[in-house]
Write a protein that binds this ligand. Structure first.
Ligand SMILES: CC(C)(COP(=O)(O)OP(=O)(O)OC[C@H]1O[C@@H](n2cnc3c(N)ncnc32)[C@H](O)[C@@H]1OP(=O)(O)O)[C@@H](O)C(=O)NCCC(=O)NCCSC(=O)/C=C/CC(=O)O
Ligand SMILES: Cc1cc2nc3c(=O)[nH]c(=O)nc-3n(C[C@H](O)[C@H](O)[C@H](O)COP(=O)(O)OP(=O)(O)OC[C@H]3O[C@@H](n4cnc5c(N)ncnc54)[C@H](O)[C@@H]3O)c2cc1C
Length: 644
C-alpha cells in the first residue's frame, strides 16, 4: 500500500519559511513550558486507537454518536488522571487544561459543560465549606454536572427566568419548581443523559419575598441507577445545527426539595430562619458567564487557527486553472484573491489569541480585586467581556466559513473538518450571551462613559481616549499607530452618534427606553467599533511588546500580520473612516459627520465632499494601500505557509 508521502508543494512551501518554527510554536503556546505541556498531552492522546473512528461519525446513529463521545470522554479523562499520577508538570485538574484535553476528541464531549461551567461555578460561587464538600468530587468526576440557566422561554433576560426556589424554614429546604412549560430549563449541555448534578439558576423566594436569580447545586439523577430522581423531568432536546454529541437537554422540577446548604452561598446567603443576606453586588451571580465569555475569546482564536491551517495547507497543495496557456496549473495560493481569503484568517487567529490573553489577565486581576471586596473594575470588565466575546466568536465563525469556501468542494466534505469547526463556532455566537445582546450591554457602558467624557471625568483605560480625543493633535502619518488613532476616532464618532441619536429621539418625545430602542442599531455599531479598536490596538501592542524578546525574522512576520489586520479592517470599515474628518487644522477637534441623525445631513451634503480628500482620509488611504499592496504581493514570496 502506498505510504502517505507529504505533498511536494507543501514540502517546498515549508522549506521556504523565514523564521524559527519552534520559536513561533512557543509564542503561540505561551512559552516553552506551554509547548511541552501541550505536546505531552497530545502524545498521550494521539496514539490511543480507540480515539480514532473506524466509521465516520456522520454514518452513526444519534445513540451511537453519543455513546462514542461518552467513551472518548472517559478515555481522555482516565488518560489525564494517569498522566497526573506520573507527572506533576501538567496541572490536569485546572478546568482549562481538562477542557482542552476533552476538546481533543472530534466530537463535542457530553462532559464539556462539567469542566467548562459546573466546576468553574463551584470555584467562583460556592462558599469554602461547599467547595470542601463538592470540588474534589467534581474534579474527580465522581459527580458530573452542567449549568442549567436558560429556559424554554428565556435565555437572554435572566431577570425573567421562571424556575422558582422557595425556602421552607420548617425543613430548612428549598423547593424547586417549574411553574410553566416556558420555565423548563432548555439547552444545558450534558443534561440529556449524562449529568447527575447541575447548577440551577432560579428566582429565590424566602418569607414570600423574591430576591432575584441565584444559583443552586442540585442532584437530578440517582448516583447508583442514574435514573432521574422523583420530581425531576429530564431528557434530550433533539438534533441541532452542530454540537450533536453535546447532549443538550431539558429539565423540569415538580416541587423538588434540596437542602438549604445547596444554595451557592459565597456571595448571598439564606439563613436557617429564612433571613436573606445580600451579596456585595447582585452582579456577582453572573460571575460564571463573565469567566466563560473571557475564555470564549481564546476558544474562538483556537478554532479559527484550525480552520486557517487547513485552508493554508490546502491552498499550497491544490493546483487549478491555467492563466498562461501551456504552463502548469498554479497553486491556488498564488491567486491574490486566495491570499485575501486565507491570510486574514491567519492574522485574526493571532489577533484573537493575543487579545484573549490580555483579557484573561484583566479578568484574573479583577477576580483578585473581587476577593478583596473591590468591585471598581467590574463594569468595564463586563463591557469588555461582552463585546470581545461577541466580536471574536462572530469573526471566528465567519472566517471559518471563508476558509471553508476557499477550499472549494473539498471544503464541503465532513472529512475536511470544516463542518465540525463551523458548527462549534456558530454556537459560540449565540451561547453565553447572544451577539446583539452582548453588544448592547457594552453600549450601556459606553453611553455612561460618553457622559463622563463630556464632563471631563477621567475614564477607565479602554475608553480614556474619549476625553483626550478632543485635545489630540491630528498625527495622520502613514503608521499603524495612526491607523489605531483612526479606529479610536471612529469609535468616538459612533459613540457620539449613538448618544446623539438617543437624545434626538428623546427630544422628539420618546421616553428613554423607546429612544434607546430607536437608536439601538447605532448602539450596536458603536460597540462594534469600540471593540474593533481594542483588538487592533491590543494586537499591535502585544506584537510590539513580544517582538523585543524574539528573533528579528519572526518579529517581522508577526508585525506584517498585525499590519495586515489593521489595513484589512480599515478597508472593511472605510465608510466609517470617511466619516471621520478634521475641522481646519487651526482647531484640533475631530468631528464626526453622522449619516444617521438628521441634523447632520446638511453638513453631509456640503461638508462631506470637501473633506473626502482631507489629510485624514488621504493618510489613511495611503497607509492602507501601502500596507495591503506590499503585504499581499511581496509577502507571498516570504510569507510563511510552511508553519501551517
Ligand atoms: C443581557 C443581560 C446582561 C441583561 O441583564 P438584565 O437583567 O436585563 O440587566 P441589565 O441589562 O439591566 O443589567 C443590570 C446590571 O447588571 C450588569 N451586568 C449584567 N450582567 C453582568 C455580568 N455578567 N457581570 C457584571 N455585570 C453585569 C449590567 O451592566 C447592569 O449594570 P448597570 O450598572 O448598567 O445597571 C443578562 O440578561 C445576560 O447576561 N443575558 C445573557 C444570558 C447568558 O449569557 N446565558 C448563558 C447561559 S450558559 C450557556 O449559554 C452555556 C453555553 C455552553 C458552553 O458555554 O459551552
Ligand atoms: C449550542 C448551545 C449550547 C447552549 N448551552 C447552554 C448551557 O449549557 N446552559 C444554559 O443555561 N444555556 C445554554 N445555551 C442557551 C444560550 O445561553 C441562549 O440560547 C442564549 O443566551 C440566547 O438566549 P435565547 O436563546 O433565549 O435567545 P433570545 O434572547 O430570545 O434572542 C433571540 C433574538 O432576540 C434578540 N434580543 C433578545 N433580547 C434583546 C434585547 N434586550 N435587545 C435587543 N435584541 C434582543 C436577540 O438579539 C436575538 O436576535 C446554549 C445555547 C446553544 C445554542
Amino acid at each position: 500500500m502506498a505510504v502517505n508521502k507529504v505533498n511536494e508543494d507543501l514540502l517546498r512551501e515549508r522549506a521556504r519559511y523565514t523564521f524559527n518554527i519552534e520559536e513561533l510554536t512557543n509564542f503561540i503556546d505561551g512559552g516553552e513550558e506551554g509547548t511541552r505541556n501541550r505536546r505531552e498531552v497530545e502524545d498521550m492522546v494521539i496514539h490511543v486507537k480507540e480515539l480514532h473512528d473506524e466509521v465516520p461519525e456522520d454514518y452513526l446513529s444519534h445513540k451511537e454518536r453519543y455513546e462514542n463521545a461518552v467513551k472518548k470522554g472517559c478515555i481522555l479523562i482516565d488518560l489525564l488522571k494517569e498522566h497526573v499520577l506520573r507527572h506533576s508538570s501538567f496541572d490536569a485538574y485546572k478546568p482549562s487544561n481538562m477542557y482542552r484535553v476533552l476538546s481533543m476528541a472530534k466530537e463535542v464531549s457530553p462532559v464539556l459543560l462539567h469542566m467548562g461551567m459546573f466546576v468553574p461555578t463551584i470555584f467562583g460561587q460556592a462558599s469554602a465549606e461547599q467547595q470542601e464538600e463538592w470540588l474534589h468530587k467534581a474534579l474527580m468526576l465522581e459527580i458530573i454536572g452542567t449549568y442549567a440557566q436558560t429556559e424554554l422561554g428565556h435565555g437572554t433576560f435572566l431577570r425573567g427566568l421562571e424556575t422558582t426556589a422557595t425556602y421552607d424554614p420548617s425543613t430548612e429546604e428549598f423547593v424547586l419548581h417549574s411553574p410553566t412549560l416556558t420555565s423548563y430549563k432548555w439547552w444545558p449541555g450534558g443534561l440529556g443523559q449524562t449529568a447527575n448534578h447541575c447548577i440551577v439558576v432560579a428566582q429565590l423566594y424566602s418569607r414570600e419575598k423574591c430576591y432575584g436569580v441565584h444559583a443552586f447545586l442540585v442532584q437530578i439523577r440517582d448516583s447508583e441507577t442514574h435514573m432521574p430522581l422523583p420530581g425531576i423531568k429530564v431528557g434530550d432536546i433533539g438534533p441541532k445545527l452542530g454540537f450533536q454529541t453535546a447532549n443538550n437537554g431539558f429539565l423540569g422540577f415538580d416541587h423538588f426539595r434540596i437542602p438549604r446548604k445547596n444554595m451557592l452561598m459565597r456571595n448571598a446567603q439564606v439563613l436557617k430562619d429564612g433571613r436573606y443576606v445580600k451579596s456585595k453586588s447582585d452582579k456577582l451571580t453572573y460571575g460564571t458567564m463573565m469567566l466563560v465569555r473571557v475564555m470564549i475569546v481564546s476558544d474562538a482564536a483556537y478554532e479559527l487557527s484550525r480552520a486557517a491551517t487547513i485552508a493554508a495547507r490546502y491552498s499550497a497543495v491544490r493546483r487549478q486553472s491555467m492563466p498562461r496557456p501551456g504552463q502548469p496549473e498554479p497553486q491556488i495560493l498564488d491567486y491574490v484573491t486566495q491570499q485575501h481569503k486565507v491570510f486574514i484568517a491567519i492574522a485574526t487567529s493571532h489577533a484573537l489569541r493575543l487579545t484573549g490573553g490580555w483579557l484573561w489577565d484583566a479578568y484574573s486581576s479583577l477576580t483578585h480585586d473581587l476577593d478583596q471586596g473591590n468591585l471598581d473594575q467590574l463594569p468595564e470588565l463586563h463591557a469588555l467581556a461582552c463585546c470581545l466575546k461577541a466580536i471574536s466568536s462572530r469573526d471566528s465563525n465567519s472566517l471559518v466559513e471563508q476558509c471553508r469556501m476557499s477550499c472549494g468542494g473539498h471544503g464541503y466534505m465532513s472529512s475536511s473538518n470544516f463542518p465540525t469547526i463551523y458548527g462549534a463556532t456558530a454556537a459560540t455566537v449565540t451561547y453565553e450571551g447572544e451577539y446583539t445582546v452582548m453588544l448592547l450591554q457594552t453600549a450601556r457602558y459606553l453611553m455612561k462613559a460618553w457622559k463622563e467624557a463630556l464632563g471631563g471625568i477621567v475614564l477607565t483605560p479602554t475608553v480614556a481616549y474619549m476625553v483626550t480625543y478632543n485635545k489630540a493633535k491630528p498625527a495622520w502619518v502613514n503608521t499603524p499607530e495612526a491607523i489605531i488613532q483612526g479606529f479610536h476616532a471612529v469609535a468616538v464618532g459612533k459613540v457620539k452618534e449613538a448618544a446623539d441619536g438617543i437624545e434626538y429621539h428623546q427630544n422628539s418625545g420618546k421616553d428613554y427606553e423607546d429612544a434607546w430602542n430607536a437608536a439601538s442599531v447605532m448602539l450596536v455599531k458603536a460597540s462594534e467599533c469600540y471593540c474593533r479598536a481594542i483588538i487592533c490596538e491590543t494586537f499591535w501592542k502585544e506584537i510590539q511588546k513580544h517582538s523585543r524578546s524574539m528573533s528579528r525574522n519572526l518579529a517581522v512576520v508577526l508585525q506584517q500580520l498585525s499590519e495586515l489586520y489593521l489595513s484589512y479592517w480599515v478597508l472593511e470599515r472605510s465608510g466609517d473612516f470617511f466619516q471621520v474628518r478634521t475641522v481646519p487644522l487651526t482647531r484640533t477637534k475631530f468631528e464626526f459627520v453622522s449619516f444617521a441623525s438628521p441634523k447632520c445631513h446638511c453638513q453631509m451634503c456640503t461638508g462631506f465632499v470637501a473633506h473626502i480628500t482631507s489629510v485624514v482620509v488621504l493618510a489613511v488611504q495611503v497607509s492602507i494601500q501601502n500596507l495591503t499592496l506590499t503585504f499581499c504581493t511581496r509577502k507571498r514570496n516570504e510569507f510563511d505557509i510552511g508553519s501551517c
